[in-house]
Design a protein around this ligand. Structure first.
Ligand code: DAK
Length: 261
């Protein structure tokens, strides 16, 4: 499929997915969501890709939210379809074996903030701004925002952000542990996102995928059940070639050659 709004590029073992609709600050309409879903799905099946970076085109925005102009005239059926598409993408980001890094340059608002929150790591440039303006439009965050933000930072901080619709700058988001790191410029942001992706790609892809699975599936379980889940995943890794290779390479004092099997 020829994409209109999504550019994909591969560097070493990393896929870089750029949301490119700068005239609307990369706002998410149904077409953009369809292209993101297809691109991520293809990447999720590609065993040569070990990490993904999602970013926004231009200097101003990562994603300024769902497309308000498209949403304004949606019928209830279209709105439900739109909502389902958004949820499908969030589930895909969470379930795909490769870690996904959001490289947030400029505005990450509404659905854009929610997409970043679904990613495994969030890096931002100094000019990034995060917020949930939904209540100013008569709606609430609907791509998981009320749930993911409150689980991440607690109810009180999430309440303040969601009830006011205020935006917070990158440094504040970092101080609240919403994001991992802030970088001076967009160039530095992308460079560091790729560097982290490369470091991830140097490890066993199957171990990284199962670590992601254990964190995501364990985090909402009672601790004892989560330990049990972790121990099963840990045990499963001893049936892989990567576990044998990683430990043999350590003993033989050489670099491991992981195959992801
Ligand atoms: N949608 C459509 N167009 C947008 C847009 C958006 N979200 N954000 C910006 N644009 C367009 C502007 O209309 C403008 O287009 P023209 O007028 O030039 O044609 C162009 O991008 C440049 O924007 P501005 O001229 O406004 O640029 P400024 O620098 O002055 O302001 C801004 C930047 C980001 C502060 C401002 O554009 C703004 O406030 N944008 C809207 C931000 C927002 O409210 N975002 C949240 C959208 S609601 C759901 C799940 C999730 C959602 C919905 C449903 N279900 C499960 C059902 C998600 C909802 C949202 O994300």
């Amino acid at each position: 499929m020829q994409n209109k709004f999504i550019k994909t590029d591969t560097k070493n073992k990393t896929s870089i997915l750029t949301i490119s609709r700068p005239e609307a600050l990369n706002a998410l309409n149904l077409e953009v969501l369809n292209e993101i879903e297809c691109s991520l799905y293809e990447i999720s099946l590609n065993r040569d890709i070990c990490a993904v970076v999602i970013t926004g085109d231009g200097e101003k925005a990562f994603v300024a939210g769902a497309d308000i102009k498209e949403m304004a005239n949606m019928s209830p059926i279209e709105a439900a379809k739109f909502a389902q598409k958004g949820h499908d993408i969030l589930r895909l980001i969470r379930k795909m074996p490769q870690p996904v890094i959001a490289a947030v340059n400029g505005y990450a608002l509404g659905g854009g903030f929610e997409m970043a929150l679904a990613c495994d790591i969030i890096y931002a440039s100094q000019n990034a701004k995060f917020g949930f303006p939904e209540v100013t439009l008569g709606i609430i965050p609907g791509f998981g925002g009320t749930q993911n933000l409150s689980r991440l930072v607690g109810e009180k901080i999430a309440n303040e952000l969601i009830f006011t619709g205020n935006m917070i700058p990158a440094e504040k988001a970092k101080s609240l542990s919403i994001i991992n790191e802030v970088f001076d410029s967009k160039a530095q942001l992308l460079e560091m996102a790729l560097k982290t992706a490369e470091k991830i790609s140097s490890n066993s892809p199957i171990a990284v995928a199962l670590a992601k699975d254990a964190i995501l599936n364990g985090i909402n379980l009672p601790l004892n059940e989560a330990y049990h889940y972790e121990s099963k995943v840990f045990g499963n890794l001893f049936s892989t070639q990567d576990q044998k290779e990683g430990m043999t390479a350590f003993i033989e004092k050489r670099k491991a050659n992981f195959k992801g099997i």
